[in-house]
Design a protein around this ligand. Structure first.
Ligand code: SF4
Length: 432
C-alpha cells in the first residue's frame, strides 16, 4: 500500500493536499478531503456510475458495445448540419481542446457551463477591467473576506478553512485579524461561521444593485449614505461595510451565483466591478480584489483553452471549419431551436436549464459523454461512459483563481473505459 499526495477534483478549489492510500488497483483511504471530495472518490463504485455504452432502441436505452455507440454517434453527427456541443467544465483542458477541435470539424457551436455561470464576470470585465487575486494571496495576506451571494461553506467546502482560518506565511496572526462579511438574502450555512468581528448582512432579494449604487456614490461623495439604510440594511451596517471596504489591507470579494443575474434591468456584475475600481482609487494603503466562485473543477480551464487557441473564451461557432463571429450563446441557440443535435460532455443540462429549454434540447438527438447517470442520461440517444478525471485519468486543469494544476491518474478505470479526451479523439478519427 503506497501513500500519495494528490489533487482533489471534487470542486474548483482543487485542493492539492489530499493523501490517498492505494495499491494501484483500488483506493483504500482518502485523507484530508471534505465530504464533497470523498463523494468524488465514492463515484468510482457508485450505483449511478455509467459503466457501459448505451443506445436508445424503441424508446429504451440498451447496453451496447463501444463500436456500436460510436457508430450511432457518427450517424447522428452526419445527419446534422447544426450540432451543439455543451459542458466541458468537468473534463481536462486536453479534452476541452479536443472538444473545440471536434466542433470545428463538424461546423458546430460549442459552449461551456461557464457561459451561464462565472464566465459572465469575465465577459463583463472586458468592459470594466478586473482586479483578481489567488488562493495563496488569500491565505497569506487577506484581512477582509466578503461572500457576496455566495454560500462557500457548502459549494466549496474547504475554502473558508483555507482562507479564513489560516495564519498565513507572513504574519503571526490569523482568524483574529480577519473579518468575514456575508451579503445574501438567505441565511446560508456560511453565516454559521460568523465571529464577533464579522458582519452578517441579510439583504432584500434582488436589491444588491441598490446597495452597490449607494456604496459607489459614497466612494465619490462622502456622507451620502441614506439615514434609512438601503436594501434592508440599516445605515450603521452600511457604514461598517464601507469602513471595511475602504480600510482593508487586502480585501477579497467572492462573487457567487446570487449576483449573476441582472437586477432591475441592470448588470449587477458591471456595477460591482466598477465599485471595486472606485474602492481601489479611494484606498490609501490596500487593495480590493474579486474571485469568482464557479463550482465545476475546470470551468476556468475552458476559458483559457478557448481564448489562448481561438481568441474567444466562450460561445464558439464554426463554419467551413473556421471560427466565425456570433453573438449567440448556448441559451439563445436552444431558445431559437437553432440546432439539430447536441453533444453533451460531463454535465446535466436537462436538470440545470429551465424546463422550456430542457424540452427543446430533448426534442433533438442527444449524445452524452459522462460517467454518472443524470436527467440527461435518461433522455440521451446514445451514451458513452468516461473516466473520472483526477482519479482514472489525468490532465491539466485550472483552479478557481486561474492557477493551472496537473491532475494525476491514480488507478485504472473499470471496463477499460476511455477518458473524455480519448473518446472525442475516436469520434474525430471516424469523421475525418
Ligand atoms: S473543497 Fe473541493 S477540492 Fe477541496 S477537498 Fe473538498 S471537494 Fe475536494
Amino acid at each position: 500500500m503506497v501513500s500519495e499526495r494528490i489533487t482533489c477534483s471534487g470542486c474548483s478549489l482543487l485542493c492539492d493536499d489530499i493523501i490517498i492510500k492505494s495499491d494501484g488497483l483500488y483506493i483504500d483511504e482518502v485523507i484530508g478531503a471534505c465530504l464533497k471530495g470523498k463523494e468524488r472518490f465514492d463515484q468510482i463504485t457508485s450505483k449511478n456510475r455509467i459503466l457501459n455504452p448505451q443506445i436508445k432502441k424503441d424508446g429504451e436505452l440498451q447496453k451496447a458495445t463501444l463500436d456500436e455507440a460510436l457508430e450511432k454517434v457518427i450517424k447522428i453527427i452526419k445527419n446534422s448540419s447544426k450540432p451543439l456541443l455543451y459542458g466541458f467544465s468537468t473534463v481536462s483542458c486536453e479534452a476541452q481542446l479536443k472538444g473545440i477541435h471536434l466542433a470545428s470539424v463538424i461546423n458546430g457551436f460549442i459552449d461551456s457551463n461557464s457561459t451561464i455561470c462565472q464566465g459572465k464576470v469575465l465577459n463583463t470585465s472586458k468592459e470594466t477591467g478586473i482586479s483578481l487575486t489567488t488562493i495563496t494571496e488569500a491565505i497569506n495576506k487577506a484581512d477582509l473576506l466578503i461572500l457576496w451571494g455566495a454560500n462557500a461553506a457548502e459549494s466549496i467546502p474547504r475554502l473558508l478553512n483555507k482562507v479564513l482560518f489560516s495564519r498565513g506565511k507572513f504574519r503571526m496572526t490569523g482568524r483574529e485579524i480577519k473579518t468575514l462579511i456575508a451579503i445574501d438574502p438567505v441565511k446560508t450555512a456560511s453565516f454559521g461561521v460568523m465571529g464577533v468581528r464579522d458582519v452578517a448582512l441579510q439583504i432584500k432579494a434582488g436589491k444588491d444593485i441598490d446597495l452597490i449604487r449607494v456604496l459607489k456614490e459614497e466612494c465619490c461623495v462622502a456622507d451620502s449614505i441614506p439615514d434609512k439604510g438601503i436594501a434592508g440594511i440599516d445605515s450603521n451596517d452600511l457604514k461598517r461595510l464601507l469602513l471595511h471596504l475602504t480600510g482593508a489591507e487586502n480585501g477579497i470579494i467572492f462573487i457567487g451565483q446570487g449576483l449573476l443575474n441582472s437586477q432591475n434591468g441592470s448588470n449587477v456584475i458591471k456595477e460591482l466591478l466598477e465599485l471595486v475600481q472606485l474602492i481601489n482609487v479611494k484606498q490609501q494603503k490596500g487593495r480590493m480584489s474579486v474571485m469568482m466562485l464557479g463550482g465545476h473543477y475546470n470551468m476556468v480551464g475552458f476559458e483559457h483553452v478557448a481564448l489562448s487557441n481561438y481568441g474567444k473564451n466562450q460561445s464558439l461557432q464554426f463554419s467551413n471549419n473556421l471560427l466565425v463571429e456570433t453573438s449567440d450563446t448556448i441559451v439563445s441557440n436552444i431558445e431559437k431551436e437553432d440546432f439539430d443535435c447536441s453533444i453533451i460532455v460531463g454535465t446535466d443540462p436537462i436538470s440545470h436549464f429551465p424546463k422550456h429549454l430542457s424540452k427543446k434540447l430533448m426534442s433533438k438527438p442527444i449524445i452524452l459523454i459522462d460517467n454518472k447517470q443524470s436527467a440527461t442520461s435518461y433522455v440521451a440517444d446514445v451514451i458513452i461512459p468516461s473516466c473520472i478525471t483526477g482519479i482514472e485519468s489525468g490532465g491539466l486543469v485550472y483552479r478557481i483563481d486561474h492557477v493551472p494544476l496537473n491532475l494525476k491518474k491514480i488507478i485504472n478505470p473499470p471496463n477499460n473505459i476511455f477518458s473524455d479526451e480519448e473518446i472525442i479523439e475516436k469520434i474525430i478519427e471516424k469523421l475525418v
